[in-house]
Design a protein around this ligand. Sequence first.
Ligand code: FE2
Length: 338
Amino acid sequence: MATIPPRTLPASWYTSKPLYQLERRAVFLKSWYLLGPIIKFAPGTSVDYEFAGVHLTVNAAPPTDPSDQPHTPSITVLDSTTGTPLRHHTTTTGLIFTAISPLAPSFHTFFPNLEATLSAVDFTARPHRRSISYSGHFNWKTMIDGYQECLHCQYTHPAFSLLYPPTFYAVKNHHNWCQHYADAARPDDGLFLYFLPNCTLNVYGGGMSLFRVCPTEEPGRTRMEFDYYNVVEGEAFEEYYKFVRQVADEDFELCETVQGNLERGIYAEGVLNSVKENGVAYYQQRVLEMVLEQHQEDRQQARTRGAEGAATSTLAVEHAPARHGNSIPNRAIVEASA
Ligand SMILES: [Fe+2]
């Protein structure tokens, strides 16, 4: 029997405001986020973040003892609006992750077995050199779709492809995180990790970059945030920066074009290559599962309240696509409390 290829999420999921509100509760409030290596947070300073409308502040306590290691401050993460402490986790090799709501499971439940992979790299070895943030005209998933495959690399990233030929490119999916292999024969050259829903970690070209694809209330607008780390500075850093920014700019242009086509209705939904786009299929499947779980939770709560059918507004989550290996009906119309 022929294998049924995985299908994409429908285009409406990239343009719908109600769908984003559902994603916000289903995915974003229940996830963990990579903030950066601990060296980003200098003792006595604070750094602000925003994920899906939750504003948070990372505070690095000033050293209480002059002999304290300068790079190991005591970290607290607070919801800046309510002042409520948020859970965070520092990995053995110095990466800090945070949850943004009590709805997220534990770090190890959300990212099982991640620490073993992270333990191979000392993420505190490269100083923070530069951060950059800007807005893009695309949905957050438009950018993650591109990150999760390399079929576009050869024509979109000619310089990157010379260094990391896509011939050998492969993605291995884990639970809520994915590892990309530019070349299985050179496993130490290039570490590319995706963390559901919107964070990435990229060690290549001699440096390290993190980026966050931050959704906004407008489903077609996203704030891109990049942090760059490198041992070198001055001209050598600028050379690295130029190289990695070129890759980012090429992706940006591609995403704006794709989003324009999504919004013009050129594309509705399609099939994915089960080998070359397995990373896209995996993360989209997780988004779909989490959205449908949220929908079930909402229905259950409505039943408990005896208010089923009396919701003030309903949302048609259109065209939930069929996925091979699960029981989600093809093009199901799901109604959920908005
Ligand atoms: Fe790309």
